[in-house]
Write a protein that binds this ligand. Structure first.
Ligand SMILES: [Zn+2]
Ligand SMILES: [Zn+2]
Length: 130
C-alpha cells in the first residue's frame, strides 16, 4: 500500500488515499465537461476505508443536481475536490489533485454515443443523466 496525498489549488483542502494501484476513469458526459471546464473528467473511485481528509473538509462547498450528480469544490480556490458516492462507501477523487506517484494508471476512456457517459462498471453510476 502506498499513501498518496492530494490537495486543491490553494492547499486549503487536502486528503490522503491508500492504494496499491489506482485506476483512473475518464468521463466525457456533458455534466463532467461543464464541471471540469474541459473535455472530460479524470478521477479514481476510492473505498471510504482508504480515504481520509487531512485538512479543509469544512471549506468544501457542494452542489447537487436533482438527478444526483454532485460537484464539490474548495470554497477558497474553487478546485474540484473529492466527494462521497451515493451508491456505496467510496469517494470520487479527481486525479489532478493527487501528488505525483507511481500507482496511477488510466484504465479506459469513458465516452459513449453523443457524449453520454459509459458507466465505469461495476463501481459506480454517478453520471447517467446529462
Ligand atoms: Zn483550495
Ligand atoms: Zn460524467
Amino acid at each position: 500500500m502506498t499513501r498518496l496525498r492530494g490537495r486543491c489549488l490553494c492547499d486549503a483542502v487536502s486528503f490522503e488515499v491508500r492504494a496499491s494501484a489506482l485506476k483512473l476513469y475518464r468521463c466525457h458526459c456533458t455534466l463532467c465537461r461543464r464541471q471540469s471546464g474541459t473535455a472530460s473528467n479524470c478521477a479514481a473511485i476510492v473505498d471510504a476505508a482508504d480515504f481520509a481528509w487531512v485538512s479543509g473538509a469544512g471549506q468544501i462547498r457542494s452542489w447537487r443536481k436533482a438527478t444526483g450528480y454532485r460537484s464539490d469544490v474548495c470554497g477558497v480556490c474553487g478546485s474540484p475536490v473529492p466527494n462521497p458516492l451515493e451508491s456505496r462507501a467510496a469517494f470520487w477523487v479527481p486525479a489532478g489533485l493527487l501528488d505525483p506517484g507511481g500507482v496511477l494508471s488510466v484504465v479506459a476512456p469513458r465516452a459513449g454515443a453523443r457524449g453520454r457517459a459509459i458507466e465505469p462498471a461495476p463501481v459506480s453510476r454517478p453520471h447517467a443523466a446529462s
